[in-house]
Design a binder for this molecule. Structure first.
Ligand SMILES: [Fe+2]
Length: 200
């Protein structure tokens, strides 16, 4: 594995013109499933519809006009496992408290993660939407200015998958007042076999 000693320079600092931001994701589904998908993303992301018709839904949770869009296309086949393409999309929360709150809020709605991993750089929860698109909710374990330092310390190179954890235990320890720095630290352990995880 090759790891750089520091984060690559941004395209901007290299004098290049690159996108200003990652704008949105668009999912296609069967037209009669738009409402189901839109409802799930509204619940999970605390999103609202900017526009919702029987053909599409534009959803946002911030200043963007759409972060997630869902379009209905007649005749689509169901999701099939084992194809190349997009694996998952990830949303980062502002802190562990927000992630724990979201986990607990969604659990009340019977929306639970399929698996949870502390990757080292992030604490992550992986959900499947009703069409089996995989959505990661995460929080960064180290502050941005320490990303490079983290990747140099050897933990990630030794195990780039991470260690699974129990989200209820994480939430309980968070509420008990265990310091975030401690909760976000990747526990010792053996990397799980990634083939054991449900896949989309
Ligand atoms: Fe990810």
């Amino acid at each position: 594995m090759t790891l750089v000693a520091s984060l690559p320079e941004t395209a901007k600092s290299r004098g290049r013109i690159a996108p200003a931001k990652l704008a949105h994701i668009v999912l296609r589904t069967q037209p009669d499933r738009i409402g189901i998908l839109a409802g799930w993303y509204k619940s999970v992301l605390e999103a609202e519809a900017m526009c919702e018709t029987d053909r599409l839904a534009f959803l946002t949770y911030d200043q963007e006009h759409h972060r997630v869009a869902i379009i209905g296309i007649p005749g689509l086949k169901d999701h099939e496992d084992g194809h190349v393409g997009l694996h998952h999309v990830a949303f980062t929360y502002g802190g562990l408290g927000d992630l724990v709150h979201t986990y607990e809020r969604l659990k009340e709605l019977d929306i639970t993660p399929e698996f949870t991993i502390n990757h080292g750089p992030t604490t992550s929860m992986y959900y499947f939407d009703p069409d089996k698109n995989q959505v990661e909710l995460q929080v960064d374990n180290v502050p941005e200015e320490k990303f490079a330092e983290y990747f140099e310390n050897g933990e990630f190179a030794a195990n780039p998958i991470g260690i699974t954890y129990d989200p209820d235990d994480l939430a309980a320890r968070y509420h008990a007042g265990v310091p975030e720095e401690e909760l976000l630290k990747r526990p010792d352990g053996v990397a799980p076999d990634i083939s054991e995880f449900p896949s989309n």
